[in-house]
Design a protein around this ligand. Structure first.
Ligand code: NDP
Length: 292
């Protein structure tokens, strides 16, 4: 069994991005600039945002964190997005989800200029991905593929089972795994909450991606010997033994499942850090596309 170490791999990726940024700056260009909008006081969102800002510093990017109270109106938020869309010094920006209920997330996502949409959630970017022409690819799925690539996990002709069909993880990762890419060419089965006989399907997986958000849902009896298991889940579970008061749990019962696997990602330290590194990579890509 080999751990797919997302922490170590993301550090290597960030060092490569840093080297590219340093070379750009040395050649007289400005560093890429990522802006992020955070609405409200959601604890998990604040942690993700702080990690993103920290990563920007590590790779030599400029960053702007724009915080609003959850009383901000949709109109005010849209006005800020228009401003960022038009600002030539901003290469990419993200609006951290979830947003308060009075704000229409679909409208917000669609108002971001596709070329600055470094989360890759805009319908134009999702459509390009579906057509095999993706450039700004959602960071979590892109991070999973990067991990498979860097550990040389075979994918061609394998049966990949993805549990979860969200627009930010399940759907894009299934498109990438089935696409004609170096780390694609899988035969993909996508499962969701209405899937019948789920364990029967997951047991057929050479590559199993768990992206449902239910801690330790994937148990050892659902995994075949020698499988590669990618655990996307991040759930905060109350834990009084931790200083923070919570522990982070994945969707896979790691202790029981890992001994059966050829490769497996841990939580934390697997897909999570790769997501942030790929967001940095998308920002650099957005800048390069703009510069032509
Ligand atoms: P969503 O809640 O949007 O989607 C969950 C999916 O799981 C849905 O498609 C749902 O099916 C399916 N599902 C729910 N229950 C079951 C079940 N019992 N059996 C089979 N399928 C089920 O979640 P996200 O995709 O946004 O996130 C999934 C997890 O990944 C979360 O823990 C999230 O925190 C984490 N995450 C981690 C990231 C990282 O960087 N590591 C980034 C993004 C997310 P249906 O469609 O039928 O409702």
């Amino acid at each position: 069994m080999q751990i797919l170490d997302g922490k170590k791999t993301s550090e290597a990726l960030k060092a490569e991005i840093r080297a590219e940024v340093d070379a750009l700056v040395a050649a007289g260009h400005r560093a890429p600039h990522l802006a992020a909008i955070l609405v409200g006081e959601n604890g998990a969102s604040i942690t993700y945002m702080n990690n993103k800002v920290k990563s920007c510093h590590e790779v030599g990017f400029e960053s702007s964190l724009i915080k609003y109270p959850d009383t901000i109106t949709e109109k005010e938020l849209l006005a800020k997005i228009t401003e960022l869309n038009e600002d030539p010094k901003i290469d990419g920006f993200i609006v951290q989800l979830p947003l308060p209920k009075h704000i229409n997330e679909k409208l917000i996502t669609e108002s971001i200029a596709p070329e600055k949409d470094v989360d890759g959630f805009h319908p134009v970017n999702m459509g390009r991905l579906a057509l095999g022409q993706g450039t700004l690819i959602p960071a979590t799925p892109a991070g999973i593929i990067e991990l498979l690539d860097r550990y040389d996990v075979p994918t061609e002709g394998r049966h990949a089972v993805v549990v979860g069909r969200s627009n930010i993880v399940g759907v894009p990762v299934s498109l990438l795994l089935e696409g004609k890419y170096k780390k694609g060419n899988c035969t993909v089965t996508v499962c969701h909450s209405k899937t019948k006989n789920l364990a029967e399907i997951t047991r057929q997986a050479d590559i199993l991606v768990a992206a449902l958000g239910i801690p330790h849902f994937i148990t050892a009896d659902m995994v075949k010997d020698g499988a590669t298991v990618i655990d996307v889940g991040i759930t905060r579970v109350a834990d009084s033994s931790k200083k923070s008061g919570f522990a982070i749990k994945g969707d896979v019962d790691f202790e029981a499942v890992a001994p059966k696997c050829e490769f497996i990602t841990p939580v934390p330290g697997g897909v999570g850090p790769m997501t942030i590194a790929m967001l940095m990579k998308n920002t650099l890509t957005a800048m390069k596309i703009k510069r032509g």
